[in-house]
Design a protein around this ligand. Structure first.
Ligand SMILES: Cc1cc2nc3c(=O)[nH]c(=O)nc-3n(C[C@H](O)[C@H](O)[C@H](O)COP(=O)(O)OP(=O)(O)OC[C@H]3O[C@@H](n4cnc5c(N)ncnc54)[C@H](O)[C@@H]3O)c2cc1C
Length: 473
């Protein structure tokens, strides 16, 4: 028995969970005799970056978080190795080989829910041999397949999902994982060749360390959580947490978010006032989209949730798509959002919905084109949330906006950016015209340097409605 304990070697396999605190796999792996050898690895494959559509923003951010993680782990006497493989499929072989040559007894990782990742983890288990595999629920608050309908199916509509989610959460409670004390001599962090030296955008708004993320969370719950519901739809106000990058890459956990919110409000979430609960609601949406990936594998395979919408004939005009991507459609709120995305690697949620509806409805372009573009630029890019957001906007997904309810980008702009602060910031060309005219500059003379709308909003709206109406449900 003593011999086995001395020989134990635990391997932590990091994915999009790049933190030490409140990390289920890390907490479990560190819960051991101080003499136990612990190693850590992060695997990536360049060929995936293209096939999954990851761009320099995500890769650069990941690189920064890995550097910080490596230092944190080194202070615990754990060496993080970052391995670049040829292809995604080499991961299973690499883990098998490492476990064999380094006599790994136990493998620890947190579950991922995309189809490929679930297949990979199944293969890992199937080929584990003498290695004990420990897989944890960490990315979500409640495990997919525990929030089911009365007849044991996955929910496909958010409101009943949320009711069930809340009742389970209330029974079960979810708390951050403690980090066991580990007294080992610190070591020098490992070096590896950078995943990406330069992002496409200025990523300075994103927390780069766990301490930064905790500070940003604290700042949000102290100053903005209490009036989140009132300000969350205003893109010119910093009313939301802007923690999505940290949550997507796992620098922060959703449990830490809930804990901080409960500490601030001094009540459990089910007793939160509406204003603050609406932020928790977004974290439940986040869970919902991960659960959907498990319940409906076609979502990971580029397929529509509502399969009948796959018969839609999209226009997909390259010149219009280019104008949309470049923020040159002539519709200010759309252009402002697309410019914000390019400049910062992030876009406000309200504006994400507006630009997504404009692309899929007014331009009648396939939602997959928008999904891929977001995937390339967003620091918070995440298959579940991105696919969910795009399919919602395109009326092809769960809970989708009914096809006949097409956002009017001008009234959206007037409602959510009444002083035109947001559009004026991103489109300085508008500064020469009165504030009231900036939402629809074509109603007067279009300012120099700006563009006439590439599409008529009224007729293009009707074209989209007609296209959807023709589908057989
Ligand atoms: C077309 C489209 C694409 C999107 N793509 C992504 C994506 O790739 N990655 C991503 O994390 N979010 C995505 N979202 C959801 C949402 O826009 C962002 O999570 C949000 O804008 C992040 O800002 P925040 O951190 O200030 O959010 P907050 O309002 O502070 O919300 C807190 C957290 O809840 C989660 N969240 C909030 N709204 C949603 C939502 N609608 N769906 C799922 N989770 C949510 C995020 O993790 C967010 O950080 C998308 C939405 C749309 C309409």
């Amino acid at each position: 028995m003593r011999l086995r304990r001395i020989m134990q070697h635990r391997l932590i396999w990091f994915r999009d969970d790049l933190r030490v605190t409140d990390n289920a796999a890390v907490s479990a792996a560190l819960d051991c005799d101080p003499n136990t050898r612990i190693s850590a690895v992060f695997l990536t494959a360049e060929s995936d970056w293209a096939s999954f559509g990851y761009g320099p923003n995500r890769l650069y951010y990941t690189q920064q978080l890995l550097t910080h993680l490596s230092t944190s782990l080194a202070s615990l006497g754990i060496c993080l190795t970052v391995i670049r493989l040829k292809t995604y499929h080499d991961q299973v072989a690499w883990i098998g080989q490492f476990c064999a040559t380094e006599c790994v007894s136990d493998l620890y990782f947190n579950q991922e829910y995309q189809w490929n990742e679930r297949l990979r983890d199944r293969q890992i288990r199937d080929h584990a041999g003498s290695v004990t595999v420990h897989a944890f629920v960490d990315r979500v608050l409640l495990q997919p397949s525990t929030v089911l309908t009365g007849d044991e199916r996955f929910y496909s509509v958010f409101s009943p999902f949320k009711r069930r989610w809340l009742s389970i959460y209330q029974d079960q409670g979810v708390r951050p994982f403690a980090l066991p004390h580990r007294s080992r001599a610190p070591m020098e962090p490992n070096q590896w060749s950078s995943l990406c030296d330069r992002p496409d955008s200025d990523l300075s708004q994103f927390p780069m360390t766990e301490e930064d993320a905790q500070r940003a969370l604290e700042d949000f719950v102290t100053h903005r959580l209490g009036h989140y519901d009132r300000t969350r739809n205003q893109p010119d106000v910093s009313g939301t947490s802007r923690l999505s990058g940290a949550l997507a890459r796992g620098l922060l956990s959703p449990r830490q978010c809930i804990q901080a919110a409960e500490d601030q409000i001094q009540r459990p979430i089910w007793e939160f006032p509406d204003n603050a609960f609406s932020w928790i609601n977004e974290l439940i949406w986040r869970d919902f989209y991960q659960h959907l990936l498990v319940g409906f594998p076609r979502l990971s395979k580029n397929r529509a949730f509502r399969t009948e919408t796959e018969a839609l004939v999209w226009r997909n005009l390259p010149a219009e798509i280019d104008a949309w991507k470049a923020g040159r459609t002539g519709i200010p709120i759309v252009d402002a959002g697309m410019r914000e995305l390019k400049a910062t690697g992030w876009m406000h949620n309200r504006v994400r919905m507006i630009v997504a509806q404009f692309l899929t409805k007014n331009l009648l372009c396939d939602w997959r084109i928008g999904e891929a573009h977001f995937m390339q630029f967003l620091v918070d890019s995440d298959l579940g949330a991105n696919n969910g957001g795009w399919q919602w906007s395109a009326s092809t997904g769960t809970d989708a906006a009914p096809y006949f309810r097409v956002f009017n980008p001008v009234s959206q702009s007037e409602t959510h950016d009444p002083q035109a602060n947001y559009i004026s910031h991103w489109i300085p060309e508008l500064l020469t015209i009165p504030v009231k005219k900036r939402h629809a500059p074509w109603s007067g003379s279009i300012p120099q340097g700006y563009t006439a709308p590439i599409v008529d909003l009224k007729t293009s709206r009707q074209r989209a409605i007609d296209a959807f109406k023709d589908l057989k449900s």
